[in-house]
Design a protein around this ligand. Structure first.
Ligand SMILES: *Cc1c(COP(=O)(O)O)cnc(C)c1O
Length: 376
């Protein structure tokens, strides 16, 4: 035992500082609380997934590809690239294991130890995690009080960054940054802007015309949210042509597995299910905003961020888990006060259950405070 621990220390000393603590935070723990309580039907509103299975086309092509999975994939991903061009027009694309994989590869291409990476904050944590893993200096650029991005402030901070990250619609606030602001930023910075469009299908905004004007814009997309393929790990990005040879060198030899690539082709060719889900999300996010017993901000994504004060986000996550609902605390998003939760738009029954339970929590609070602490 002792020898093993000594041995461990001997080798764990070799681990780089950036991996000694921290890391991506998953929503798992709240699920355990609900299961321990014996709740079998859990509303899963923590990870912004599409609650429906992948489209029939995605399932058919993915299953067919599994039958030939003894062979390596086509490393050029030509069929998927063709399908992407059919869907969006004649842009250049790169693919990756989730958008996370694309982000990691781009950072590997651009960032030397000590280089600057700027991030519009509060936002998705993986940009900072991936940049620190490449020994970047990460600069948070705080969004305004309404979570909008001030282009002058952003340019000032991101001017000399190798790569900057801006998420729109933003996770977890739901805020959209208008294309005019992105345009101004692209003209004002020296480095690359990674515009994370994980939720763009749920908004009315189209940033693609900017791809024709700027050589320093990368637009990241994922099939994990609108396209119901989170488990298949499929990400892609619109890139300027100069990126392509470098991306090929810096990525792992096969950017996507053949099953996921075929599932993606199926899903893109069969987008009715996606459109139905987007309609469902748009209808429900208005309803959740109106009927939620706590204040929520307008959102252009498939989730809403709810101000649960005087509760903390963590305490509310626990309380909702006891009632069979898993949501995400925003306490792990740097730059945000600790009294927010993020709630995905789920199936009808999940949304109804959330509204009912959050109302019950609010009413219990009100009863308690109207009684006063000293009354019997
Ligand atoms: C979910 C999410 C991603 C990652 O998506 P994957 O393709 O599943 O890796 C990227 N950015 C944001 C803002 C997200 O919320």
């Amino acid at each position: 035992m002792e020898a093993r621990e000594q041995g461990n220390e001997r080798y764990t000393r070799l681990v780089r500082g950036c991996f000694r603590s921290g890391g991506y935070i998953f929503a798992g723990k709240a699920g355990d609380i609900a299961r321990e309580r014996g709740i079998s039907r859990i509303a899963r509103l923590a990870s912004n997934e599409n609650p429906s299975p992948p489209s029939p086309g995605a399932i058919a092509l993915g299953c067919a590809a599994l039958k030939e999975a003894n062979r390596y994939p086509d490393e050029s991903m030509e069929l998927l690239l063709q399908r992407l061009r059919q869907t969006y027009g004649s842009y250049q694309f790169v693919t990756g294991v989730g958008m996370d994989g694309v982000i990691e590869t781009l950072i590997r291409i651009l960032v030397n130890p000590g280089d600057k990476v700027a991030v519009a904050t509060p936002t998705f944590s993986f940009y900072g995690i991936a940049a620190r893993a490449q020994s970047a200096k990460v600069f948070s650029v705080q969004r305004k009080e309404d979570y909008s991005v001030d282009p002058a402030v952003f340019i000032d901070a991101a001017q000399d960054a190798k790569i900057s990250f801006l998420c729109s619609p933003n996770n977890p606030t739901g805020t959209v940054t208008p294309p005019g602001v992105i345009d101004e930023i692209l003209a004002g910075i020296d480095g690359i802007l990674f515009l994370d469009n994980a939720y763009v299908e749920f908004s009315d905004i189209d940033y693609l015309p900017l791809m024709n004007t700027y050589e320093n814009l990368v637009i990241g997309r994922t099939m994990s949210k609108a396209y119901a393929l989170a488990g298949a790990r499929i990400g892609y990005a619109f890139v300027p042509a100069w990126v392509l040879p470098y991306y090929r060198r810096a990525s792992t030899p096969f950017t996507l597995n053949s099953v996921s690539a075929q599932a993606a082709i199926g899903a893109l060719g069969d987008s009715e299910a996606m459109k139905r889900y987007v309609t469902h999300v748009r209808r429900w996010r208005e309803r959740l905003l109106c009927e939620c017993a706590f204040t929520a901000a307008p959102s252009d994504a498939n989730f809403i961020m709810v101000d649960v004060s005087p509760w903390t986000g963590d305490a509310m996550v626990r309380e909702l888990a006891l009632r069979g609902i898993i949501v995400r605390s925003c306490a792990s998003f740097p730059g945000l006060p600790d009294h927010f939760i993020r709630v995905s738009i789920g199936d009808e029954w999940e949304n109804d259950l959330f509204l009912k339970e959050i109302r019950a929590i609010r009413e219990a609070d009100t009863d308690r405070s109207s009684k006063g602490p000293d009354l019997p």
